[in-house]
Design a protein around this ligand. Sequence first.
Ligand code: DC
Length: 229
Amino acid sequence: MMNKIIIAIDGFSSTGKSTIAKLLAKKYNYIYVDTGAMYRAVTLFAKQNNFVAKDFLNKESLISNLKDISLSFKFNIDLGFAEMLLNGVNVEKEIRTLEVSQLVSKVSTISEVRKKLVAEQQLMGENRGIVMDGRDIGTVVFPDAELKLFMTASADKRATRRYKELIDRGDKVSFKDILFNVEERDRIDSTREDSPLMKAEDAIGFDNSDMGIKEQFERICALVDRRIL
Ligand code: DC
């Protein structure tokens, strides 16, 4: 009988966490949860209601409207992963824009937001058999996860990957803005007071600046197998 475990993947933005997480979920038939998508959806809600803009954050209004935010995931068979729904509306495309990326770290500093999302994430992992990626999964959401990974890569490599993704889907962005956003999010995510991005003591570090997906995936599968068999 194979054990069902929790796989927690944390790390800086655009380190390929979700690519690895999706591959793992498929191979082991686990649920995949992209927690960044949840923070992005709350940010989109805040933007739509004018609670947040470039140099402005109305914390109190956002906090008092948190109860009106319902988040869910809907599996898309064609894509092979779950898309983010905000109050029943598919927002998968809108939450990936550079504009949302520029606001999300600010919204993610709010403790009330984190409390709501962490509680929902913990419920999703109740029966284990889950791969979750984010910034605080191994430290806060599932400190008892059987496998914790911490991904890093140079800012330049990460910005190059993100730039390609956005250009490929037709967004008009400049490399300079993407690089700035990647570095700015690193800074805010790792210096915020509540649940800053950091490597859990028992997490295994992966620098994938110069490692292909295939090699990384093979190494990580060996780590998973050791824990489930
Ligand atoms: O994984 P991502 O780049 O889509 O995440 C977007 C932002 O959401 C990230 O810059 C910080 C925030 N986030 C967080 O604070 N905690 C998480 N567990 C996941 C994301």
